[in-house]
Design a protein around this ligand. Sequence first.
Ligand code: HEC
Length: 114
Amino acid sequence: MRASLHGFALVLLLALGGGTWAAATETVGQADDADEWDGLPGGPGREEVYGMCSACHSLMIVKQQGLSRDDWAEMMDWMVEEQGMPELDEETLTLIIDYLAEHYGVDRRGAGQP
Ligand code: HEC
């Protein structure tokens, strides 16, 4: 409840164009509302990743990966060619790959993965 109210306030702030304010609130909001997105951190592409990738499997298997941008791009090809993911338009695909590379890139490997 608190989190969604918060989200609403954020949208309101953004709508009012409260530049610095909104930016500051957004940082807090992202930490807050990741839970509502199955743990996905906020940012451009989150909605697409959440909607597309959780259609077939848990986001857990996405989140546990740490791949370079190229490897994510390959993963997406593989998902389309072998796993039956619908082919995405260029824009959405780029958004998703950027999101994944930023949040689930190779620098995460330090955290437990070989
Ligand atoms: C149409 C269904 C479908 C969609 C949509 C889909 N996947 Fe998958 N994905 C699969 C299946 C099936 C597997 C399991 C393949 C296997 O392990 O044999 C899988 C496995 C994976 C894996 C694990 C690969 C590994 O090496 O174990 C990752 C990472 C992954 N998907 C990422 C994604 C991402 C990111 C998206 C969204 C952009 C996505 N998937 C969307 C079907 C899908």
